[in-house]
Design a protein around this ligand. Structure first.
Ligand code: SF4
Length: 288
């Protein structure tokens, strides 16, 4: 699950870096990305807006390699290039869906340990994982994530791109059923908090309309009725050009219009804040 980077994109020209500092519009500052798939993209979705390259490198993920890369960043690169810049989060994302990595548990532990080891630089930053929500269908993955929410205040940014099966299939280009994904989100979020992230863009010339907003709102209302702990909803559009040219970013005003419509449909519940991210970054944060 690629993070949404802007500027200073340093995952390595071929995507082979295990640790990559970026300015992230959704983190609101410097984010230290952790890439569990330096060799090639590995994901169970095939989102048309995906910005991860399909290129293959010779770098294989290895925990010692990650440890060395983190050490190198904090002891050399950060003091040299980033000194004084607050690191907002350590974010496990990278070239694919991190919950399908066999190294996820070890990577989480190493990142958590890193926050303690380099507390003066990164101690107050959040530990984040960006997921397409399929991991919630796996009990072992859910339990692992829940443990790190409890122990390390892990923040989980979970994807839900559409409220309809057609929309979900068009965005994920996967065989997953929307109902299963929503069930997984609900099961997890009644235990531990998540942040929902939803891509808003024009797909083959079509922007999400009223019907999509209604379906999406119905799912959210259902989740909230079950007391799912949704801390915030991130509505965002593509920041950079995508390989698939059928994708186009929405303008800030289109995103705002959608968010306003959505809010009217969520008014019966204690709705989470809706955070808006256009091409150029956060342009309005609703924290009522
Ligand atoms: S979930 Fe979608 S955007 Fe994220 S890595 Fe997979 S294909 Fe790309």
């Amino acid at each position: 699950m690629v993070s949404e980077e802007i500027g200073n994109y340093k995952r390595g020209e071929d995507g082979a870096s295990l640790v990559y500092p970026v300015f992230s519009r959704r983190s609101g500052g410097l984010s230290l990305g952790i890439n569990l798939f330096p060799n090639r993209k590995q994901c169970n979705f095939d989102c048309p807006y995906c910005e991860v390259s399909e290129s293959v490198t010779g770098t294989v993920f290895d925990l010692n390699h990650l440890d060395r890369a983190l050490k190198d960043f904090f002891e050399h690169s950060y003091p040299e290039y980033w000194a004084g810049v607050q690191i907002k989060d350590i974010c496990i994302s990278g070239n694919g869906e991190p919950t399908i990595s066999p190294h996820l548990a070890q990577a989480l532990e190493l990142c958590a340990e890193c926050r303690r080891r380099y507390a003066s630089m990164v101690g107050s930053s959040e530990l984040v994982i960006i997921t397409n929500s399929t991991g919630f269908l796996n009990q072992g993955v859910s339990d692992l994530l829940a443990r790190y929410v409890e122990r390390e205040a892990l923040k989980i940014w979970a994807k839900l791109d559409s409220g309809t099966q057609d929309g979900f299939s068009a965005f994920s280009r996967s065989e997953y059923g929307l109902e299963d994904i929503v069930d997984g989100i609900r099961s997890f979020a009644v235990r531990q908090p998540i942040i929902l992230q939803t891509m808003l863009c024009r797909l083959s010339g079509k922007a999400p309309g009223v019907k999509e907003a209604e379906a999406y709102a119905a799912i959210l209302n259902g989740l909230l009725a079950y007391k799912a702990k949704i801390e915030a909803i991130q509505l965002y559009t593509v920041a950079r050009s995508t390989v698939d040219t059928s994708i186009q970013a929405l303008s800030d005003s289109e995103i705002l219009e959608y968010a306003t419509l959505l809010k009217t449909m969520l008014k019966n519940y204690n709705s989470p804040p809706i955070l808006l991210f256009g091409r150029d970054g956060a342009f309005k944060a609703d924290r009522e």
